[in-house]
Design a protein around this ligand. Structure first.
Ligand code: T4K
Length: 368
């Protein structure tokens, strides 16, 4: 039986890509903000319903650059332990201290009350993640930021295309960052973007991604190489044409999973939220060993033996990893909910190309 991986990249038809590659080869302009780059940047802004978007080379450099762009050069940044490690690495790379706050059991996103409790005179910013693409409580986080004079950067790596009451989730906070990695709903193989809320900030971010160059002879700041090349921009342009279909296919997988798993004692699935246009980026299941009768790790291993490769996103917690484990905020007592859900979570295979038989094979691992 063929293996079923947790995700599989959305890829353009090779023939169409070949035509665009021929064009790139003919023009001999292969990177540094070329024609396809500019087209993709404009089309993405339009598709996502945002005004200011800068394309980047992946989803990590935007996080690092966002802190730079907001002039956060010292102090603490409150963040979540329940994410991919890149979220905290971006804080560390800026010489800042991550301060972990606990998350909500309902969706794994930062708990606003715990954010407020973690604020000290050294706090400069809040860096939450819309984990699995489910929106954080942006209203409460915005109010806390306003009250304490803090910046908010949303790591929206999972939240491509998510809207709340018709408005793009990416317009919340001061800056949102996206990942277009191969494993994401929309991908450019490797890639990413930053969404911000003024032309002035976009200009700054555009300089930052190109070493800080304003023109041939002027460097306005300590920039980085965060540029996307023409080949990946071409992949992005082609994938953008098929992403709606891919999201629809993911939605029907999610609906089948939910229908079969909802109500099984000891299994918890996340439901769609009213007013939210979801992207079905991940399908986490939370397994309560006592009630379900098997631990998450037993299920994970049994699935693997059947060729079904779920993933424990996000276990271990970021706060358990080398550079962070010694921080006071990384203690288990500070993060009881995050620890609980990290022990319970298993992300089921979720992508546009899963067949009905594949979905059944995944379900059989949990229901039989
Ligand atoms: N913030 C958050 C919240 C994030 O989740 C991420 C990335 C970032 C920031 C940083 O964005 P980037 O700098 O990466 O753009 C994967 C991805 O590499 C990573 O992008 C992603 N989050 C993370 C959640 O998942 P791994 O270590 O699990 O990837 P890997 O290689 O084990 O792949 C997972 C599965 O995907 C494979 O088992 C099979 C499938 N796959 C993967 C690749 C690379 C394919 O079918 N084809 C492929 O080419 O991190």
């Amino acid at each position: 039986m063929h293996p079923i991986t947790v995700t599989s990249p959305l890829l353009p038809e090779l023939e169409k890509l070949r035509e665009m590659m021929q064009d790139i080869w003919d023009k001999k302009w292969v990177t540094n903000l070329g024609e396809y780059h500019e087209q993709l940047e404009a089309r993405l802004a339009q598709y996502l319903g945002v005004k200011y978007l800068s394309l980047y080379t992946n989803g990590t450099i935007p996080l690092i650059s966002a802190l730079q762009a907001l002039d956060i050069r010292e102090g603490e940044v409150i963040t979540t332990p329940f994410s991919f490690v890149a979220t905290s690495h971006a804080i560390w790379w800026n010489g800042l201290t991550p301060v972990f706050a606990d998350v909500r059991e309902s969706d794994g996103n930062l708990d606003p009350e715990r954010i407020e409790a973690a604020i000290t005179p050294r706090t400069r910013a809040i860096l939450p993640v819309h984990v699995y693409g489910n929106p954080c409580d942006t209203e409460a986080i915005g109010a806390i930021a306003l009250k304490h004079g803090l910046k908010v950067i949303y790591d929206a790596a999972h939240a491509f295309g998510v809207r709340v009451n018709g408005k793009s989730l990416l317009e919340e906070g001061d800056i949102s960052t996206l990942s277009f990695h191969a494993t994401k709903v929309f991908n450019t193989l490797e890639g990413g973007a930053i969404v911000c809320n003024s032309a002035e900030m976009k200009r700054k971010l555009d300089y930052l991604r190109n070493f800080g160059f304003e023109d041939e002879v002027t460097v306005v700041g300590p920039g980085i190489n965060g540029k996307m090349d023409e080949v990946r921009a071409a992949v992005g342009l082609l994938n953008l044409q098929q992403v709606d279909r891919a999201i629809a296919a993911r939605k029907s997988v999610a609906e089948r999973y939910r229908k079969a798993l909802r109500g099984i004692p000891g299994l918890r699935v996340l439901e769609d939220l009213p007013g939210v246009q979801h992207n079905y980026a991940y399908f986490p299941v939370f397994i309560d060993e006592k009630t379900y009768g098997r631990s998450r790790d037993e299920v994970y291993a049994a699935m693997k033996a059947q060729g079904v490769f779920g993933r424990r996103y996000f276990y271990p917690l970021i706060s358990s990893f080398g550079p962070y484990a010694a921080l006071p905020s990384a203690s288990a007592e500070n993060l009881p909910v995050a620890h609980k859900i990290a022990e319970q979570v298993l992300c089921l295979p979720m992508h546009h190309a899963l067949s009905e038989e594949d979905v059944q094979r995944v379900l059989d691992c949990l229901t039989k």
